[in-house]
Design a protein around this ligand. Sequence first.
Ligand code: ADP
Length: 479
Amino acid sequence: MTDTPTQLFIGGAWVDAADGATMPVDDPATGEILCHVADAGPKDARLAEEAAVQAQQEWARTAPRARSEILRRAYEIILDRVDELAHLMTSEMGKPLAEARGEVAYAAEFFRWFSEEAVRIDGGGGILPDGRNRMLLSRRPVGPCLLITPWNFPLAMGTRKIGPAIAAGCTMILKPAPQTPLSSLALAAILKEAGLPDGVLNVVTTSRAGEMCEPLLRGGRIRKLSFTGSTQVGRILLAQSADAVVRTSMELGGNAPFIVFDDADLDVAVDGAMLAKMRNMGEACTAANRFFVHSSVADEFGRRLAERMGALVVGPGTRDGVDVGPLIDRTGRAKVEELVADAVERGAEVLVGGRTPEGPGSFYPPTVLAGVDPESRLMDTEIFGPVAPILTFDDEDEVVRRANDTPWGLVGYVFTEGLERALRVSERLEVGMVGLNTGLVSNPAAPFGGVKQSGLGREGGRVGIEEFLEYQYLAVPVR
Ligand code: ADP
């Protein structure tokens, strides 16, 4: 912890907030303060904006190969420091060390992927239909970007945005979540070490997100917003982006259905459920939020899931053998408790868990609820905790209709051994991603994103870099 930066990173230098403000970073396993970091205000936002704007032109002219190699070096440095970064992440966010290591590797992959994409940005061109005019198409970086990330994947949500922005030749301001600023500051130090020029990446940690970001979005110099967070905040930022017609990519909330048909392989379905529900203690926008299980297999599925969930070890993420760390804070836990209490009041049966432990930290046990009333609040709220609510269905049309009956459309999970049914149901789900007989869809080489109120645009894959590029068309008549 001692050499982790705690200041703002602006124009390649580590600086205090202009008004000297700091904010505490808590350890969710103990509730105690880990350290203090700089708490940026509007003045710091202006300085970061100035640095990003100043660096933009020259950065856009940098050779794609040079940008690629910076990303590649950063990828290698991250892999050399997996343990160190994983400890830092666990200390500020809570996830078990094994999962933190997994996230560090996943985060690094975005840099490797976009280091490969940086040199594959292609334009195009051709002869226009009149046979006389030619067009030349080139790709230009969109310009200085504001990147806003959440606390649940402190490193990967940053690299998923920074990677394509660097590859495309954009400069940027990264504003991480106030709960998990340390991973982003460590990442900035790594990128500096990898040779990223001053001003290309600026990191401002703050507890005053609204105050800091609104003038940036309305000011006209920031040309792109890439946001991952709640739909509620996303809507506010979309409205603020309208003024200066800022391009936006939005990765917002989810309400993932997890559908188990009567012909599913239940071993595969339960494994999938454990992944889709328990990755990150359920604190993921891709987390299975509603389990629809065919009535003929629901009891068996519930029994097996409860057995697996009940066997998980809950404790501080740094301790050996722990499977489930604390939730991010007590507010997050209180929300989970309320949702479970509401479901139980409406008749749900608690198969396992459901009881908040005594003691420090914000722990909540893996919980399975059966016979959940569809009117329960957790059916239309992101639970963001280790709670699996099970409902039953009898008919394919009915379950598709119920799965789609939500304003969100990020991801869905479908378990069946029937190929045609698998394809038919997947295509009818109003979601950006489907896990077919798997509980994990995230991959740097695949386009991540949702439809409906789950967002706009895609991150990762071949299209991830597109979000940071514009076309420029040159009209060339040939006489
Ligand atoms: P969560 O509920 O998971 O914390 P939020 O949408 O509240 O999700 O937060 C996601 C990110 O958005 C965080 O970095 C947070 O600080 C930031 N954020 C929250 N409110 C605003 C705002 N009004 N303007 C800019 N960023 C914001």
